[in-house]
Structures are given as structure tokens and as C-alpha cells.
Ligand binder design. Structure first.
Ligand code: NAG
Ligand code: NAG
Ligand code: NAG
Ligand code: NAG
Ligand code: NAG
Ligand code: NAG
Ligand code: NAG
Ligand code: NAG
Ligand code: NAG
Ligand code: NAG
Length: 370
């Protein structure tokens, strides 16, 4: 009797639970459960209609050789079927809410205006629209409404215009990738807001976003939770900032800034030494084209022992390159080309089998084969 009562209360609890949550079961003759919320299904279908499928809307494989072949994910989206089973959609199984939208590389072409049905999907936690062509759409302030977002990837998708400050509302973001939107302009007060509010951020990729109006010292406002910072060719110029508080950084790519281009700039020796001292987790460091002309190459000596790739092409380094770098046990790539006044020597038996790429062209560093 006791166990039957327990069973019944278990059953009642679950019935109550299902009734009180917004889970919507619609049984049909085959007893399948439709998980998707009707309104969200509708929004997705309308979202689909705002685009056409164009074969040139996603990058060609020849441009991104390691990337999967593009295909139109939204073509599997059919009215009357469970949107949670559609390609690119993830739902929360308890509530039926759409929490993930992954449409990278889906040949989508069209403009995303602020009234796009996309902005109805407020439960989203992960949004990836990378590698499509949104026709130089203005990056809408509405993206700031996805307050539960932890992952946002709009890389290479032809967004343009002023970067909206509302993105800084997304304080739960762990990963933000807006790279390769060449016509996107990010200015300094907005960058500061972003840097200060995104305290959970681990990955930030703004490669090729126009940040020429951002004061380099603004990078000092970035969260110390960062493990990956990529800002290739963003137009940053002036004095390279002290980011030594970002002590969890594993990947740093600030190449093609602070230097040898029309904008100008340089790294001060003290700042660089501080970085080397504090950024002890660094595995991949790329400062190619950054003006390091007054930094002593010997200060590279203390770079992290987990170093895997070091790219310092055209940095105007002058003096003796510390040969202990080549002995790093995990070093795979060393690129020093174009530093015409860099001297030293490297001996084949000193480097490890991990080394795959070595470029010393246009330097004064000879290689001795044993
Ligand atoms: C019932 O569900 C099955 C499987 O999901 C689906 O193929 C079928 O179209 C549905 N039938 C109706 C009437 O909705
Ligand atoms: C693409 O942008 C151009 C210029 O703003 C506009 O005229 C055209 O209608 C847009 N096309 C689509 C499909 O959104
Ligand atoms: C956001 O997450 C919180 C905490 O998990 C949850 O209570 C809330 O309902 C979520 N909001 C939306 C719009 O999904
Ligand atoms: C964003 O998407 C692109 C294309 O799928 C991918 O290569 C890149 O790694 C993604 N960025 C992040 C931070 O996950
Ligand atoms: C920071 O984010 C919170 C919500 O997460 C928001 O209320 C606040 O306005 C944001 N601050 C800035 C400066 O954007
Ligand atoms: C970047 O934006 C600034 C300010 O709007 C503009 O003057 C400059 O030409 C842009 N740079 C590039 C490379 O587009
Ligand atoms: C950090 O951001 C604030 C504004 O949000 C700004 O006043 C300050 O100058 C920034 N810090 C640095 C070091 O640039
Ligand atoms: C160096 O990193 C440590 C954490 O590893 C941090 O506490 C310290 O503030 C950093 N120093 C500077 C100068 O930022
Ligand atoms: C590199 O920085 C040094 C030191 O500030 C400066 O004298 C030199 O002109 C810079 N070189 C270039 C090409 O900008
Ligand atoms: C490298 O680190 C050692 C030990 O921490 C220190 O004594 C030395 O001055 C550092 N060398 C350089 C060039 O920074």
C-alpha cells in the first residue's frame, strides 16, 4: 500500500510539474511529442523567409580550406513539424524554448533589420550566424536583448555600421566573435562599456573590425577572465597597452596593429617585459607587424614554457635572438621573417620534433644543421 501511495504521489507530482511548466505536448496518432513552442516555431519560419539561399553567400572552401562545405540548413525547416528537430536548432527539453541557433555557413543572404523575427527568440543562449552574407546590415541594437546569451558568433557575415553599445548588455557572454566584418566600426566609449560589462568573457575575436578610434589603453578594461584575444588589423595605434592583468591569456593575436603601417605605434620595453613576466600561460603569440624596435630581443627569453607558436614577422627587432626559445618542448611555429637586424644562430639538434614551421628569411640568423 505504502509503495502504491508513493507511486501515485510521484505520478501526481510529475503531472503537476508538466502542467505548471510551459511544456506543450501535442500528441498525434503516432504519439510523438511536439516539443517546440508554437510562437517560436512561427518566428523561425518567418526568419527563414527573410533570406534567400545564395551559393556565394558563404565563403568558398578554397578561402577556408579546413571549413566544412556550406549547405542551406534552413531548408529542413518545415511548417507543422517540431522545430526542435530542425537543423541548427537546440531546444530546452523542459520548457521547449529555442535556446540555440547555429546557422554558420548556411548560404543565407539578406538584410537583418531591427524588426527581424530573430529578435523574438529571447531565450537564446547560443547564436551562431557566422559565414553568411547579411548584405552589410547594420548590426542591430536588438542583439543586446538576448540577455541569456553566452555564445555569439557573427564572424564573416557582412555586418557593418556603428557597433551598438547594447551588445554590452550581454554580460553573460563567454565567447564573442564579430571578426571579419570589415565595415563594422567600434569606437572607444562603446569598447569600454563592452570591456567593463562582459566580465565572463573568455574569448574575444574582433579581427578586422575597424577599431581605429579605440584608445589602446581601453584594452586595460578587459576582463581578466580572457583566455583568447584576437584583434588582427583593427587599426589600433599609439602605445601598446599594458594588458598584464590578463594573466589567463593563452592566445594573443594583435598582429598588424601598433606599427609599421600608416597608423604607427610601438611597444615600450618595460611594458613588454611586464607582459612576458605576467602572461605565463601564453601558448600562441602573434605580434607580427607590431613595432618592437626598442624592445630588446633578450626579453623574449622568459616567454612561457608552454609556448607553441611565436610569430614576430616584421617587428623591427634588433640584436640577438635568445636561442633558448627554440628549445621550448611544444614549439610548433617560429616566424621571425623580415627582422633584418635580428642576429643569433640556431642549431638543428636544439629544436624539438614538434617544430613544423620555421621562417627566418630576411633575418641575420643562420641555421646550423648540427
Ligand atoms: C505525427 O508525428 C509524426 C512523427 O513526428 C509526423 O511524421 C506526422 O506528420 C505527425 N502527424 C500529424 C497529423 O501531425
Ligand atoms: C541589399 O542591400 C542593398 C543596398 O542597401 C539593397 O538595395 C538591397 O535591397 C538589399 N538586398 C536584400 C536582399 O536585402
Ligand atoms: C534566463 O536565464 C534565467 C536563469 O537561468 C532564467 O530564469 C530565465 O528564464 C532566462 N530567460 C529567458 C528569456 O530565457
Ligand atoms: C565562429 O565561427 C567560425 C565559422 O564557423 C569559426 O571558425 C570560429 O572559430 C567561431 N568563433 C568562435 C569564437 O567560436
Ligand atoms: C551591463 O549589463 C547590465 C545587464 O546585464 C545592464 O543592466 C547594464 O546597463 C550594462 N551596463 C552597460 C554600461 O552597458
Ligand atoms: C575606420 O574608421 C575610420 C573612422 O570612421 C575611418 O576614417 C577609416 O577610414 C576606417 N578605416 C578603414 C580601414 O576602413
Ligand atoms: C576604462 O573605461 C572607462 C569608461 O568606461 C574610461 O573612462 C577609462 O579611461 C578606461 N580605462 C582606460 C585605462 O582606458
Ligand atoms: C599578474 O598576474 C597576477 C595573477 O596571475 C595578478 O594578480 C596581478 O595583478 C598581475 N599583475 C599585473 C601587474 O597586472
Ligand atoms: C618604431 O618605434 C620607434 C620608437 O618609438 C620609432 O622611433 C620608429 O619611428 C617606429 N618605426 C615605425 C616604422 O613606425
Ligand atoms: C628572466 O627571468 C629571470 C628569473 O625570473 C630574471 O632574473 C631575468 O631578469 C629575466 N630576464 C629578462 C631578460 O627579463
Amino acid at each position: 500500500m505504502g509503495s502504491l501511495a508513493r507511486f501515485l504521489s510521484f505520478l501526481l507530482f510529475h503531472l503537476y510539474f508538466h502542467a505548471s511548466s510551459s511544456l506543450s505536448f501535442s500528441f498525434n496518432s503516432s504519439f510523438s511529442a511536439m516539443l517546440c513552442q508554437h510562437d517560436q516555431s512561427l518566428a523561425l519560419l518567418q526568419f527563414k523567409k527573410t533570406f534567400s539561399i545564395r551559393s556565394d553567400a558563404s565563403p568558398r572552401e578554397s578561402d577556408f580550406p579546413y571549413h566544412p562545405k556550406p549547405y542551406p540548413k534552413t531548408e529542413s525547416w518545415k511548417e507543422g513539424t517540431d522545430c526542435c528537430s530542425w537543423d541548427g536548432i537546440t531546444c530546452d527539453f523542459e520548457t521547449g524554448n529555442v535556446i540555440g541557433l547555429h546557422l554558420s555557413n548556411s548560404l543565407l543572404f539578406g538584410t537583418i533589420y531591427s524588426n527581424n523575427p530573430l529578435f523574438f527568440l529571447l531565450h537564446l543562449q547560443s547564436l551562431d550566424l557566422s559565414y553568411n552574407d547579411f548584405n552589410n546590415s547594420h548590426l542591430s541594437p536588438q542583439f543586446g536583448q538576448f540577455l541569456n546569451l553566452t555564445y555569439l558568433n557573427l564572424s564573416s557575415s557582412n555586418f557593418g555600421g556603428e557597433f551598438p553599445f547594447e551588445i554590452s548588455y550581454l554580460s553573460g557572454l563567454v565567447s564573442l566573435d564579430l571578426s571579419r566584418n570589415d565595415f563594422l566600426i567600434l569606437e572607444t566609449t562603446i569598447f569600454n562599456k563592452l570591456a567593463q560589462n562582459l566580465t565572463q568573457l573568455q574569448e574575444l575575436d574582433l579581427n578586422f573590425v575597424n577599431m581605429s578610434l579605440v584608445a589602446p589603453s581601453s584594452l586595460m578594461n578587459l576582463s581578466s577572465s580572457l583566455t583568447s584575444l584576437r584583434l588582427i588589423d583593427c587599426g589600433l595605434h599609439g602605445k601598446f597597452p599594458d594588458i598584464s592583468h590578463l594573466s589567463k591569456l593563452v592566445t594573443i593575436d594583435l598582429s598588424w596593429n601598433f606599427g609599421i603601417d600608416s597608423y604607427g605605434g610601438f611597444i615600450e620595453p618595460m611594458i613588454f617585459e611586464k607582459l612576458v613576466r605576467n602572461l605565463t600561460m601564453v601558448r600562441d603569440l602573434d605580434l607580427s607587424m607590431v613595432n618592437m624596435s626598442i624592445v630588446a630581443p633578450s626579453s623574449l627569453m622568459n616567454l612561457s614554457s608552454s609556448l607553441s607558436s611565436l610569430a614576430l614577422g616584421f617587428c623591427e627587432l634588433q640584436g640577438k635572438f635568445p636561442d633558448n626559445i627554440i628549445q621550448r618542448p611544444n614549439l610548433q611555429l617560429l616566424d621571425l621573417w623580415g627582422n633584418e637586424h635580428l642576429t643569433g644562430s640556431l642549431t638543428r639538434h636544439n629544436w624539438k620534433n614538434s617544430l613544423r614551421h620555421l621562417d627566418l628569411s630576411w633575418t641575420k640568423i643562420p641555421v646550423y644543421l648540427d
